[in-house]
Ligand binder design. Structure first.
Ligand code: AMP
Ligand code: GLY
Length: 434
C-alpha cells in the first residue's frame, strides 16, 4: 500500500515509525513531516491546512490510505475533500470532527445522548457568562467554542481570575470567532485520564489507556500546554473501569454521531475526569492525542496499517487490539518560552547518543533541518519515548536518554509519572493495570 500521513509533529513521527514496520507498506509519504520523520517517510512540502493541495497530491499519487494526524485539517474538511476524490482516509469528516472543533456542539451533543459531562451553560455575552459563573460558584471553567490550540480554556479559581478570563474571551476576543460562544461549566475534581479508541463508524477498538501531563511545570503548575509528557498504561483504570467507560461513554457517543448523520471514522478520544460520581467527559478529540499516541504506539503489537485501512474501508476485521505488557513513557523536551513564544532556531546535539539507549525512540515534534544540522523549530521540540518492564523503568530510560540531548533553551518536566510511582511503591496491589 501507498500511505500518506498528514502532520508534522511527534504524533505523526510515531505513526510513521509504526506504519513503516508493516509488511503491507510499499511507500510512505508524510506532509509536511519533519527531519525525524524523513528517516521513515518521503516528505511532501504541503502544509496541513492546504487541504485541496493535499487531496490533489493523494489522488495524483494514487495513495491507498491517508492517515490524518492533527485536528486542523479535519475541521477544514480534508476528509470530505479526499472522499470526494475517492481516496480512502482514516479520519472523520468535518461534521463528525465537530465533536472536537466546537465545544458548544460537543457539550450539547453529550447532554442529548446522556453521556456524563460537567453541568454547563452556553453564554453568548459577558453578562450571561457572569450569571452562569455565579450559579456554579468558584472555581469555574470557561471554554471558547472553537479550536484554540488548547489555550481557549480558563479555570478561574477566584474572582480576579474570573474577571481576567471574561476579559480575554469577551472584551479582548483573543480567540476571535472561537470566542463568540463560551461554554461555562462546573469545575470537576479528580484525576484526568485519556481514553482513545479506533472507530470504523459502527464499532470501536479501544487503545491501551494513557495519561497526559498538560501543565507546563512540575507538580502541575503553570499554564496548560499541548502535553508535556505521557505514559501508558495510565495506572488509573482497572480493566472493569475501562470497560465501563467504553460502554457508557464511547459507545453512546459513536452511536449518537451515527444517528445524527455524523458517522465517525478515526480516533475517538475522550478526555475524562475520574470524579467521585464516576468518569465525566472533559472533552472529546477527533484524533490521536499527542503525546499519548507516542506511548501507545510503542506498546501496540498489531500491524497498524491493515487496521486503519479496514476502518477507512469496509470496517474492522478484528475484534480487539493487542498491546505489550510493558509500560511506555514519553518525556517532551520543549523550548523556553513555550507555550507563548518559544525560542527557535537553536542547534540540537546528542540525538544519536539518546537514540542509542536501550528501548528508546526519539520522536521529532518541532525540529527543522538547517545546513545538515537539526535545529529547534517549535515549542515542543522532541519526544523521548521508552518502554520498560514497568512504568518506573520506562521513565528511568526516557529520562536517561533525554539527558543526552542538549540545546540552550531546552526545558522539560522532571516529574512525569512520579506521583503514580510513589503511590505504586506505597501499595502495589492497589495499582490499576490499564
Ligand atoms: P479541555 O480542552 O476541555 O480538555 O480543557 C483543558 C483542560 O482544562 C483539561 O485537560 C482539564 O485539565 C481542565 N478542565 C477542563 N474542564 C474542566 C472542568 N469542568 N473541571 C476541571 N478541570 C477542567
Ligand atoms: N495531549 C492532549 C491532546 O492531544 O489533545
Amino acid at each position: 500500500m501507498k500511505v500518506l500521513v498528514v502532520g508534522a509533529g511527534g504524533r505523526e513521527h510515531a505513526l510513521c515509525w509504526k506504519l513503516a514496520q508493516s509488511p503491507e507498506l510499499n511507500e510512505l509519504y508524510c506532509a509536511p513531516g519533519n527531519p525525524g520523520i524523513a528517516a521513515a517517510a518521503d516528505l511532501v512540502p504541503i502544509a496541513v491546512d492546504e487541504i485541496r493541495e493535499l487531496a490533489g497530491f493523494a489522488s495524483a499519487m494514487a495513495i491507498d490510505l491517508v492517515v490524518v494526524g492533527p485536528e486542523l485539517p479535519l475541521s477544514l474538511g480534508l476528509v470530505d475533500e479526499l472522499l470526494a476524490r475517492g481516496v480512502r482516509v482514516f479520519g472523520p469528516r468535518r461534521a463528525a470532527a465537530e465533536i472536537e472543533g466546537s465545544k458548544v456542539f460537543a457539550k450539547e451533543f453529550l447532554a442529548r445522548h446522556g453521556v456524563p459531562t460537567a453541568e454547563f451553560v452556553v453564554a453568548h455575552s459577558r453578562a450571561e457568562a457572569e450569571r452562569a459563573a455565579r450559579r456554579f460558584g468558584l472555581p469555574v471553567v470557561l471554554k471558547a467554542d472553537g479550536l484554540a490550540a488548547g489555550k481557549g480554556v480558563v479555570i478561574a479559581a477566584n474572582a480576579a481570575q474570573l474577571e481576567q478570563g471574561l476579559a480575554v474571551l469577551f472584551d479582548e476576543r483573543r480567540f476571535g470567532n472561537a470566542g463568540d460562544r463560551v461554554v461555562v461549566e462546573r469545575f470537576l475534581e479528580g484525576e484526568e485520564v485519556s481514553f482513545m479508541a479506533l472507530a470504523d463508524g459502527e464499532r470501536l477498538l479501544p487503545l491501551a489507556t494513557a495519561r497526559d501531563y498538560k501543565r507546563l511545570g512540575d507538580d502541575d503548575q503553570g499554564p496548560n500546554t499541548g502535553g508535556m509528557g505521557a505514559h501508558s498504561p495510565s495506572g488509573l483504570l482497572s480493566a472493569e473501569k475501562g470497560a465501563a467507560i467504553l460502554e457508557k461513554i464511547l459507545k453512546p457517543t459513536l452511536a449518537g454521531l451515527a444517528e445524527e448523520n455524523r458517522r465517525f471514522v478515526g480516533v475517538l478520544y475522550a478526555g475524562l475526569m475520574l470524579t467521585a460520581e464516576g468518569p465525566q467527559v472533559l472533552e472529546f478529540n477527533a484524533r490521536f492525542g499527542d503525546p499519548e499516541c507516542q506511548a501507545v504506539m510503542l506498546r501496540l503489537e498489531d500491524d497498524l496499517l491493515p487496521i486503519l485501512a479496514a476502518a477507512a474501508g469496509g470496517g474492522f476485521a478484528v475484534s480487539r487490539l493487542h498491546f505489550r505488557k510493558e509500560a511506555a513513557a514519553v518525556v517532551v523536551l520543549a523550548s523556553e518560552g513555550y507555550p507563548e513564544r518559544p525560542v527557535k532556531g537553536e542547534e540540537i546535539e546528542g540525538l544519536a547518543a539518546a537514540a542509542a539507549h536501550p528501548a528508546v525512540e526519539v520522536f521529532h515534534a518541532g525540529t527543522a533541518a538547517a545546513a545538515g544540522r537539526v535545529v529547534s523549530a517549535g515549542g515542543r521540540v522532541l519526544n523521548v519515548a521508552a518502554t520498560g518492564q514497568d512504568l518506573a523503568e520506562a521513565l528511568r530510560r526516557a529520562y536517561a536518554a533525554a539527558a543526552e540531548i542538549r540545546w540552550p533553551a531546552k526545558r522539560f518536566r522532571r516529574d512525569i509519572g512520579r506521583r503514580l510511582i510513589e503511590r505504586f511503591d506505597a501499595s502495589p496491589e492497589g495499582f490499576a493495570s490499564s
